[in-house]
Unconditional design. Sequence first.
Length: 222
Amino acid sequence: MARQLEEQIVGRFPVGRRLRVLDVGMGRGAQALRLARAGHQVTGVEQDATLIASAREAFAQEPEGIRERLRIVEGQAGDTGVHFVPGSFDVVLCHGVLMDVEEPDALLAGVARMLAHGGLLSLLVRNGDAPAMRAGLCGEWGAALEAFCTSAYGLKRLTGTLAGIGAPLRAWYGVRVFTDAVGDESAVPGDLDALLSVEDRAGRTDPYRGVAGLLHLCGVRG
């Protein structure tokens, strides 16, 4: 996903431009830190105290010049309008957040309002077009059958939602095509570079990207 995001940023903004980035649901700050290292000014929004502490610990280990480009706002993803003026950011990340809210459309609309004209929205969601894949790959047949009845965000619905909030879809990728069933605690494989290359290729190639565990969608504020 980091490769995909970099591709979209490089293709959309002039080389060397320092961007204003908002990371909604920052988590432990991995993406925020990566973008700050690239020279961008990054504000992260997070409500989980444990994740905030972890992010602050990671940020504290960076050189002062990078630390100065990082800011954490403690709050909920749906409160961006409370903390920021609409149009304040060039790039807004909303990764892994919509799965956990009751009204994802409303949250997404609020997040998109933070974008300046021509700004980039990076959205990562569970793939509602392939809900049974993970359980099926794990041999959990009952769960796979149940998942077929699950209603969730798929590409078609998300495309309509992004158009409706003024940030129409410009590009989309699959994430975790072959590795979605691998546990988070699994050991890092020795051939990681090859694995990432295969996932990167599959995530931008039909029909593989359509059955990925996650969808990475990039919209542009019109």
